[in-house]
Design a protein around this ligand. Sequence first.
Ligand SMILES: [Zn+2]
Length: 212
Amino acid sequence: MRKQIVPFLLLAFVFLTGCKALSARVLPPPTYDEQCQPSDKRFMEWALDTQDLVPIEEISADPEESLDQVMAELDRVGLKIVPKGEVGNPQWDGFTTTFPDFILVSGDWEGRGDASKAALLWHELVHKEQWDRLGREAMIARYATAAGRWSLEVAAYRQSFRVQRLFGIPEAQIQRNMKARAESLYEKYLLGSSMPECTQQTSIDIWMLDAA
Ligand SMILES: [Zn+2]
């Protein structure tokens, strides 16, 4: 079921936005050398770009306060949280995603703690900023290639790990989370279709730039 989510998302994006000029904006996928360096550096630059992340100094280190803060921010930008069950589509099982106007959250949402909810919503807010800054066509064009999807998610997960550090989660745990995330990105976003396995380390290297 998971494997079908990326083409499904692409279709959903195209359907929701009525995009007609997708192919004109899609960059050719890069190739990778033995050091896992991509032939086109732009994807790396996007992954490293932090302009869509709320500065960590502006986020409360208290999970409950932080959750209130991010909920207020989502409210301000007009983003609603929609439990997946209300959509009634089994494709969304366990999956969280952001569209221009809403965030679909998994069925276990209400049972999660404040820290988990806040970390997830700060991540989703990055996608909202990406969407607003890039515009729908550029966003969809990035989503169309593995390296593009990777760049959007690596930037957004950087915020998740910044927030985890802010909440005082032990560094060893954060690094285990990073490793698991780098691997799960491959499955969830079908990156293995054109990115070699060794590039998983590139994701971790980028997230570790914030380690003290
Ligand atoms: Zn994401």
